[in-house]
Design a protein around this ligand. Structure first.
Ligand code: ADP
Length: 401
């Protein structure tokens, strides 16, 4: 028996999401999450997907990530899926920032872990939790490979002129200021799945991927290779998001400081947590924005229009970057579910060969599907993302090849 299971861990500052997959047949064995770690009201939700077991939930204090992973291990063991099993081939960790060094999935040793730690200033909210998750998983199973899969990696192929900000090169290089891009695992998965939907190899198609979740980013993928993406040094640049502003004139920051009297931390908080849809209308969930806009709420309508306008600008920009576009793929919470966003983002772009069929666009399904009419020159697709499967696939390939 060869080991074929991969545990995927996505460790946040106060949460751990996990999935156990069997890569022999690419099935999920169990999924779950622990949230509010460190509080009195921590919650673990665990769902076994084999053996007919039901969803289980426990609440009560879970002190830290170590205790969280032990609780997860106990849940898995109760389903006969214990992490001590010889069938476990690897643990795949989502790591947000890989800097310029990590452009591929990487087996973690002490040196790699130290390097990931060094990248904390570039991702202060994310990399520390990722490091903790790695340390805890390593202590639980030091004998199996722990693999880091980086959110930035897929974008490492961006040409220099797309990765550079037009600022003093010496300062930029000294402070590692450049465009890295994020959601790379999703952009990689979705661009490949879109090619498959068209019956083509990834190398045969140019795709614009629109990952629209709480965070949102667009990417231009030429023949399977990322050539541009909307997020930059941090996940703040680009599209309008749930709570993040996306693009703005950098002088807005000077103005907030000089005229508004805000500190750097206050501006950081404003632009990352209190802007985007939330800042524009008071709601960050697109479902709520759509409901209110439908009832004629002006602020919600403006929020929707601002969101869609930015999206449309990026579609146009990436059509120009790619020269030839074969497909535009919508993914993540908003992209997969909000037909109104898809319809509005593409409307008026017939000259670019883009159109959406209202009937196809309104269909709900979990499968990748086309929503463009037969005559359209460019395929418009809804392609559900699966970052966990992609992380497991990359980790498993690395340890078995
Ligand atoms: P994350 O970026 O946290 O992984 P998701 O990709 O799950 O998030 O996207 C979450 C967002 O998707 C929610 O905030 C919500 O705005 C949006 N969303 C989910 N379902 C719908 C829906 N049916 N209609 C519109 N938006 C939706």
């Amino acid at each position: 028996m060869t080991a074929s299971r991969v545990l995927v861990l996505n460790s946040g500052s106060s949460s751990v999401k996990y999935q156990l997959l069997d890569m022999a047949d690419r099935t999920r064995l169990a999924v779950g999450l622990v949230e509010r770690i460190g509080e009195q009201t921590s919650r673990l939700v665990h769902t076994p997907l084999t053996g007919g077991g039901a969803r289980r939930e426990q609440t009560g204090p879970i002190a830290d990530h170590g205790a969280a992973l032990k609780a997860v291990a106990a849940e898995l063991a109760a389903d006969g899926l214990g992490l001590d099993s010889p069938e476990l081939a690897a643990v795949g960790h989502r790591v947000v920032h890989g800097g310029t060094r990590f452009t591929r999935p990487t087996v973690i040793d002490d040196e790699v872990l130290a390097e990931v730690q060094k990248l904390v200033p570039l991702a202060p909210l994310h990399n520390p939790a990722n490091v903790t998750g790695i340390q805890v998983a390593r202590s639980l199973r030091p004998d199996i490979p722990q693999v880091a899969v980086f959110d930035t990696a897929f974008h490492a192929t961006m040409p220099e002129y797309a990765a550079r900000y037009a600022i003093d090169t010496e300062i930029a290089d000294r402070l590692s200021i450049r465009r890295y891009g994020f959601h790379g695992t999703s952009h990689a998965y979705v661009s490949r799945a879109t090619a498959a939907l068209l019956g083509k190899a990834p190398g045969e198609v140019n795709v614009i991927v629109l990952h629209l979740g709480n965070g949102a980013s667009a990417s231009a993928v030429r023949a399977g290779v990322c050539v541009d993406t909307s997020m930059g040094l941090t996940p703040l640049e680009g599209l309008v998001m749930g709570t993040r502003s996306g693009d703005l004139d950098p002088a807005v920051i000077f103005h907030l400081a000089r005229v508004g009297g805000l500190s750097v931390d206050e501006i950081d908080d404003l632009l990352n947590k209190r802007s985007g849809l939330l800042g524009l209308c008071g709601d960050n969930d697109m479902r709520e924005v759509l409901r209110r806009a439908g009832e004629g709420d002006q602020a919600a309508r403006t929020a929707f229009e601002t969101y869609v306008h930015r999206l449309k600008k990026y579609i146009g920009a990436y059509a120009a970057v790619l020269g030839r576009v074969d497909a535009v793929a919508f993914t993540a919470g908003v992209g997969e579910n909000a037909a109104a966003v898809r319809e509005a983002a593409v409307s008026g772009l017939e000259e670019l060969g883009l159109a959406v069929d209202a009937g196809l666009n309104s269909v709900r399904a979990d499968e990748p599907r086309l929503i463009s009419p037969e005559y359209a020159r460019v395929a418009v697709a809804v392609v559900p993302t699966d970052e966990e499967l992609e992380i497991a696939t990359q980790a498993f390939e690395l340890v078995t090849h």
